[in-house]
Design a protein around this ligand. Structure first.
Ligand SMILES: [Cu+2]
Length: 348
């Protein structure tokens, strides 16, 4: 394991990892090459409560939950998806061709119709927007078609311990260890006081590698009866590292894509009420910077145009659009910016 040729410094910076041994998924792996999750899984013991449950579904309701009829239900399957990080093959910010490889097999949360009848969309990074109002129960029927135990763990919403979707070693509940081919029904309650933009992501025993491969998505809880803004943008800032992609180089990406023209091109019109929901979904701190604009930071009341956020954060702000043009949004950490963490915001 230790006899490898070291990468050159340039490669090291580009990969921001190189061949380092690090602990991921509770085991030591080379951060500079793709982790073999099926193989790593062989070394993981099935937790006792998971083995005892034999696939039976717990029915865990939160006190105060309304009855049936006030439930929003989704069918979501975790599955491998062929994914291109740079579909145009170009970086529009620097007007250049990308010459390194940028395709890999992602793991995605893919939405299906009732009872997993048929897919509603292609698998994507991030997964589908889960939408619910305060006072409603969110039920997610989850099926795992990847090669490792994975889960869905939500932020912000209210849930019983059994619905946490987190691996906890010997204390793991069945929802925290959904094995390949198995299903689990998560039940989460959007009680009063949970309104906001949140995330859901894998929190299984291989954490964080399945998340690094794309298993995360947005969850929004709106106040009851609230009208959505004219534009609602959900942007995940995250690295796609060799340990997750098998590619030689790391990409700094927004929603699984790198470089303007590949990352989401956002569009709005003057007068629109515009809401941004920006997430940190890797091991880094990022900033959100938007050209030609400024807004009141909800936390401090200051007028700003650049905001730092960290792993697991969701940063939310709104403004009324007043400035037409072709603008950039990007992370202001320069290495991230130039490894692809930038995109267009076009206002007409
Ligand atoms: Cu960044």
């Amino acid at each position: 394991m230790f006899g490898r040729e070291p990468h050159g410094r340039r490669e090291f910076l580009e990969a921001s990892a190189g061949v380092l041994i690090c602990t991921l998924a509770g085991q030591q792996v080379f951060s500079g090459e793709e982790a073999d999750l099926a193989k790593l899984t062989e070394g993981v013991e099935v937790p006792p409560k998971v083995a005892a449950a034999k696939g039976a579904q717990p029915d865990k309701r939160i006190a105060g939950e309304p009855g049936a009829g006030n439930t929003v239900e989704y069918w979501i399957q975790a599955e491998p998806t062929a994914w291109s990080i740079v579909p145009t093959g170009r970086d529009e910010m620097m007007n250049r061709k990308i010459r390194t490889r940028y395709k890999f097999t992602a793991w995605t949360y893919r939405p299906y119709s009732r009872d997993f009848g048929s897919p509603l969309a292609a698998g994507s990074i991030p997964g589908p927007l889960l939408e619910v109002e305060e006072g409603q129960t969110l039920v997610v029927n989850f099926r795992n078609r990847t090669s490792a135990p994975v889960t869905m763990h939500p932020h912000g919403i209210h849930y019983a311990e059994e619905m946490d979707g987190a691996y906890k070693g010997a204390f793991t509940d069945p929802g925290g260890f959904v094995q390949p081919g198995q299903e689990f029904q998560y039940r989460w309650f959007a009680q009063e006081g949970t309104a906001g933009a949140w995330t859901y992501h894998d929190h299984g025993p291989m954490d964080p590698i399945p998340l690094y491969k794309g298993l995360f998505g947005p969850l929004i809880i709106r106040p009851s009866g609230a009208t959505p803004p004219d534009q609602d943008f959900f942007l995940f800032f995250h690295d796609l590292q060799p340990v997750a992609t098998g590619l030689a180089k790391a990409y700094s990406s927004v929603n699984g894509r790198a470089y303007a023209g590949n990352t989401p091109t956002l569009r709005a019109s003057v007068g629109d009420e515009v809401a941004f929901h920006v997430y940190g979904m890797d091991n880094n701190f990022h900033t959100f910077h938007l050209h030609g604009h400024r807004w009141e930071d909800p936390g401090t009341g200051q007028i700003i145009d650049n905001k730092t956020f960290g792993p697991g954060d969701s940063y939310n702000f709104t403004f009324t659009e007043d400035n037409p043009g072709r603008w950039f949004y990007h992370c202001h950490v320069f290495s991230h910016l130039h490894m692809g963490m930038n995109g267009w915001y076009i206002v007409t």
